[in-house]
Design a protein around this ligand. Structure first.
Ligand code: FAD
Length: 569
């Protein structure tokens, strides 16, 4: 957990005039740390070891290299060993594995993987950034040829070669999270027929189930087969070539190649062997300066546990942004500057065959798991830019906020355009501990092709404000089956006829001023429309006429997603 107080005293005085800083892992966290430290300390001796053949490569680009969107492997190399030497005077040793640490002697054991030679090296400061390893479950067949995980350039190269050499036509991706879906996109791009096997009943586990529905529909529309709520049992080789992926349900999915993308676990073996403190979530425990339980050792990136800024709980968050920022914080701390890693809030985005899926902060299921009850949520489906300008596409947005103070807790958005921009604004607001009132009042850029005078972020804030100040009492979709309330759909009759919530009656907003007396005053009236806007107008009207209306947030669009996710009856 990222604690405020240092775990240890800060005496890291060098044993010689030049401080010797060794860094294990030269990609996101390690490379950032090395480069930043050089900018702060020209005298330090900085040495980076990586057991792979490259440092500072773009892991995040690997799926796109498989998909041939990135055709030239060299573009994945952000900085070479030569760049580090020439630009930063940092020595880089690739294909060199750090196999153990001696805390008392302040030495590491190194193994040169090319020569097979082992040697010792000493440090004043050690930085661990070894990342996280893809999980390979101990199931039959996971090591068969044709079964891949994606972590390194050589991994991606092997997948590309397998597709080309075997003329692969079908693939099964096990795991429907970020990396799994990026692999799906890229395999579809390579014209493979792709199935996803996912243990949960939804793809994109960080999202609430109803928010994952448009993603699943989009995948299916693109011809991707979704085998959800079903776990991997094993993989079998078929005589004559090919693989069969066996699932718990008994399903047997044929594949020319299989991608395992069921998550990663922090690479803590070195730290564990050395006796560094490991936390409950399986990552190295560090303080806010990224220092471990040993005063001479810092750790950054996928290998550490850090605080979730919203819950205060420790978490592991294997994402590139935090790894880079932590590398910078560690360098500043090593250089003696006052610095602090703020924690994480799980801001993430993924592209899925043209659709964008992004989220930040807590999800509803995460809040419920943590026992939080004093929160509310609004759904909205605004266009990504002004409706009158051609090409507006809906953004499905869910905003979670605490009650009654309105602090923003999290947001999820799915759509074809403008999604990540809205989530980034809300993510920034969360970092400043902002409330929904701040979102309502935020001044955001607008021209017709980019947004709306009331941007979706403003709208989300305004809706939430309406809930907090009583202007728009909400009804809970989940209670549809149990309510005594009268359900009223205020869309026009043709819209109602095309599909509506069972048990709802139709009283169009356009007729409400003439017919409102037909509604009961002694019962709650739950109002819905297409996306929630007309129901809101109806709510305001009825409130001012002495009725007890509630708005079903997000309207029939949200209802359909909730129904598909089996969250409403
Ligand atoms: P890494 O970048 O993984 O670097 C660890 C390095 O340490 C490796 O090169 C490894 O060889 C080396 N190493 C490990 N042990 C030793 C040892 N004992 N001795 C020497 N060297 C060692 N994040 C995002 O935010 N957005 C994305 O779009 C995104 N896409 C991704 C796609 C893929 C396919 C993958 C695999 C990851 C993606 N990530 C993404 C996650 C992101 O890449 C990681 O969070 C980030 O790289 C972590 O940085 P790190 O420094 O902790 O570890």
């Amino acid at each position: 957990m990222t604690k405020q107080a240092p775990l240890q005293s800060s005496d890291t005085s060098p044993r010689s005039a030049r401080r010797r800083v060794l860094i294990v892992g030269g990609v996101a966290g390690g490379a950032s740390c090395a480069a930043r430290l050089r900018r702060l300390d020209e005298r330090a001796e900085i040495v980076v070891f990586d057991r792979g053949p490259y440092v500072s490569f773009a892991n995040c680009g690997l799926p796109y290299y498989v998909g041939n969107v990135i055709a030239d492997e060299r573009t994945l190399l952000v900085a070479s060993a030569e760049t580090f030497r020439e630009r930063f005077n940092v020595a880089v040793h690739t294909e060199t594995e750090v196999t153990s640490i001696d805390l008392a002697a302040r030495t590491v054991t190194l193994r040169d993987l090319r020569a097979g030679v082992t040697r010792q090296d000493s440090y004043d400061v050690l930085v661990l950034s070894p990342g996280a390893a893809p999980i390979r479950p101990p199931l039959p067949g996971v090591d068969l040829p044709g079964v891949f995980a994606v972590r390194s350039i050589p991994d991606s190269r092997r997948i590309r070669a397998w597709i080309a050499d075997r003329g692969a036509k079908t693939a099964v991706v096990v795991g429907g999270g970020f990396i799994g879906l990026e692999m799906v996109e890229n395999l579809v791009h390579r014209e493979l027929s792709v199935s996803v096997l996912e243990k949960l009943p939804q793809v994109m586990p960080p999202l609430d189930p109803e928010m994952a529905v448009p993603v699943m529909q989009h995948l299916q529309a693109a011809g991707v087969r979704l085998q959800l709520g079903d776990g991997l049992v094993g993989i079998e080789a078929v005589r004559g070539g090919g693989l069969i992926v066996a699932a718990e349900s008994g399903a047997r999915l044929p594949a020319d190649l299989v991608i395992l993308a069921i998550g990663v676990r922090p690479e803590t073996s070195l730290a564990q062997q050395a006796g560094l403190r490991i936390g409950a979530r399986g990552g190295i425990v560090v303080d806010a300066q990224m220092r471990t339980s040993d005063p001479h050792i810092w750790a950054v990136g996928d290998v550490v546990e850090v605080a979730d800024v919203l819950t205060g709980q420790e978490t592991v968050l294997p994402l590139a942004g935090p790894a880079n920022r932590q590398g910078r914080v560690a360098a500043e701390s090593i250089a003696g500057r006052v610095t602090r890693f703020r924690g994480v809030q799980a801001t993430a985005v993924v592209g899925v065959l043209g659709m964008t899926v992004a989220s930040t902060g807590a999800s509803e299921k995460g809040l419920r798991r943590a026992g939080t009850t004093d929160f509310e949520k609004v759904y909205l489906h605004p266009g990504h830019h002004a409706g009158y300008y051609p090409g507006a596409r809906p953004i499905h947005l869910k905003l979670l906020f605490s009650v009654p103070d309105g602090r923003i807790l999290g947001a999820q958005a799915v759509g074809m355009e403008g999604v990540e921009k809205r989530i980034d604004v809300i993510a920034t607001a969360i970092q400043f501990n902002a409330t929904v009132h701040d979102l309502a009042a935020a001044e955001l850029c607008y021209a017709p092709q980019f947004g709306a005078a009331k941007d979706p972020v403003n709208l989300a804030g305004m809706l939430a404000e309406n809930v907090l100040n009583g202007d728009m009492p909400l009804a809970d979709w989940a209670q549809l089956g149990d309510t005594e309330a009268l359900l009223v759909d205020v869309r026009e009759p043709a819209e109602f006829a095309a599909g509506h919530v069972p048990a709802a009656i139709n009283l169009p907003l356009s007729q409400l001023r003439d017919r409102y007396a037909e509604l009961p005053k002694d019962r709650e009236v739950w109002l819905s429309c297409g996306v929630g806007q007309r129901a809101y107008y109806a709510t305001r009207f009825l409130l001012q006429h002495g009725y007890r209306p509630r708005n079903l947030s997000g309207g029939y669009t949200t209802y359909q997603a909730l129904k598909a996710a089996r969250l409403v009856r």
